[in-house]
Design a protein around this ligand. Structure first.
Ligand code: FAD
Ligand code: NAI
Length: 468
């Protein structure tokens, strides 16, 4: 069997690359070692986590805000097996959607571990040990990532878990310690805290979601505290040990290592980042190089050091996001087909699906300061909006950063209701290099949450927000 393009890995990077390659008339194969297509994102990432976030949000509202809305419920109860079953159904339907897309685009799907025999020959080893070989002109490596382990903490997948196991817990834990206060900690922590778990986060740095604009972390911390979460910042976990149905976690203060914190919980989830996944790929057989962090090294065209072999998504440098992987999939397929595509990495939005949601695009205020860039900032709180009062979603703010001289929007940071959807306006505005005044002068439907974006742009342009 001979192909123009073979994609290894069927996550959002891989399957999108395969579809675009097939659309461009290239004979395409895709190899996936798991039973279902869709990768981390569909099976154990974006989709199942959002399904549980939505379910737990409904429960939380039923328990805490329905009465104020004039809706009374008796005997409210969490049915965890049903919640997990619904999540599994969402995952299964979404994965089947990828099967359909592969068939529709006449992409050959191979189930098994893909490994290089040489740069143009790939071996596929199925679960039963049987093997087959295919020949290919080009290869796109899209093998994704896996949770980063923490030295001294043995993940037993029962009591000491990662997000993968957290998505399948059969009970609502009474207590959970989460190592890390990044995006997985905030999202999965929200799921369980809303269902009644006492969640404690232990974070190495001095704030949550530390790579985002500092205002976002501060606001999010306030919102998550309302769910009863506790936080230890600037603390380093030195050990976690499971004993029976409990886990004992020890963390030491980074400021004063003599001070330690001892925590006990039903579960401990490790969420300290993800690492590129290249095990079993046989990169050495094709001579593909990795960088110092174990990522596949690529140039500006996402081509590895071996001509004809490309790599995309979590396994290469850059943000570990599904939509970043997708853009790279399209980019490489089009490059192989002889086109000259482009990705504007600055304008890949970043979203945390807590409630309130956090969404951002462009530079943070800290980055602009570090660049010595002359900028101005405008903010607008959701609580000043009629729409937010109507839905009782008063927490949060839109912050717009614009060039002090030209007024061009340089960054937009939103924490608030529907921030994940609202950020699209900022992406479009920045892609077309709009000024804050451009957005401020456009009509935004009333009453909507998007009015906060217009008002923040008014504030950034000339400190002339109308409703505050
Ligand atoms: P992956 O999706 O990891 O897919 C790689 C695939 O390659 C896997 O199926 C793997 O089995 C397969 N594979 C590996 N090696 C081989 C081999 N040798 N042969 C054959 N197959 C192989 N991102 C967002 O943008 N939004 C979110 O809301 C979001 N939520 C997330 C929630 C969680 C809990 C997690 C863990 C991640 C989340 N992410 C989210 C990140 C997102 O899932 C990843 O950025 C994305 O899946 C990366 O896509 P990818 O195609 O590079 O790799
Ligand atoms: P993360 O990088 O978001 O957060 C990890 C956190 O752990 C950081 O704050 C870091 O300072 C901290 N940390 C690192 N080592 C530590 C230690 N030894 N002790 C205590 N804290 C420590 O990584 P996370 O949350 O694991 O998620 C992995 C990736 O998955 C993210 O980078 C993100 O790209 C992706 N993801 C995206 C989502 C989204 O887009 N909504 C949702 C979930 C995951």
């Amino acid at each position: 069997m001979a192909y123009d393009v073979t994609v290894i890995g069927s996550g959002p990077g891989g399957y999108v690359a395969a579809i675009r390659a097939a659309q461009l008339g290239l004979k395409t194969a895709i190899i996936e070692k798991y039973d279902t297509l869709g990768g981390t994102c569909l099976n154990v990432g974006c989709i199942p986590s959002k399904a549980l976030l939505d379910s737990s949000e409904h429960y939380h509202n039923a328990a805490h805000t329905f009465a104020t809305h004039g809706i009374k419920l008796d005997k409210l109860k969490v049915d965890m097996p049903q919640m997990i079953k619904r999540k599994d159904e969402v995952v299964s339907q979404t994965c089947q959607g990828i099967d359909f897309l592969m068939k529709k685009n006449k992409i050959d799907v191979f189930k098994g571990l893909g490994s290089f025999i040489n740069k143009n020959k790939i071996k596929i080893t199925a679960k039963d040990g049987s093997t087959q070989e295919i020949e290919t002109q080009k290869v796109i490596i899209a093998t994704g990532s896996k949770p980063t382990p923490l030295p001294g903490v043995a993940i037993d997948k029962k009591r000491i878990i990662t997000s993968t196991e957290a998505l399948n817990l059969k009970e609502v834990p009474k207590t959970m310690v989460i190592i890390g206060a990044g995006v997985i900690a905030c999202e999965m922590g929200s799921v369980f805290a809303r269902l009644g778990t006492k969640v404690t986060m232990v974070e190495f740095l001095d704030s949550m979601i530390p790579s985002m604009d500092k205002t976002m972390g501060k606001e999010l911390q306030r919102a998550l505290k309302k769910l009863g979460m506790e936080f230890y910042f600037e603390h380093k976990v030195t050990s976690a040990a499971a004993k029976g149905n409990a886990v004992a976690v020890v963390a030491e203060s980074r400021k004063d290592p003599a001070k330690t914190v001892n925590l006990t919980a039903d579960y401990c989830m490790v969420a300290i980042g993800r690492s590129p996944y290249t095990e079993g790929l046989g990169l050495e057989n094709a001579g593909v190089a990795k960088d110092e962090r174990g990522r596949i090294q690529v140039d500006g065209h996402l081509q590895t050091n071996v001509p004809g072999i490309y790599a995309i998504g979590d396994v290469v440098k850059g943000a570990m996001l599904a939509h970043k992987a997708e853009e790279e999939g399209v980019f490489v397929a089009e490059t192989i087909a002889g086109q000259k595509p482009h990705i504007n990495y600055l304008l890949i939005p970043n979203v945390v699906y807590t409630w309130p949601e956090v969404a951002a695009v462009g530079y943070t205020e800290e980055e602009l300061k570090a660049q010595n860039k002359a900028y101005k900032a405008g903010s607008f709180p959701f609580k000043a909006l009629g729409r937010a009062r109507a839905s009782m979603d008063l927490d949060g703010v839109v912050k717009v950063l614009a060039d002090k001289v030209t007024d061009e929007i340089l960054g937009v940071h939103i924490i608030g209701p529907r921030a994940a959807d609202m950020i699209a306006e900022a992406v479009v505005a920045m892609e077309y290099r709009a000024s804050a005044e451009d957005i401020a002068r456009m009509s935004h439907a009333h009453p909507t949450f998007t009015e906060a974006m217009k008002e923040a742009c008014l504030a950034a342009t000339a400190n002339r927000a109308l409703h505050i």
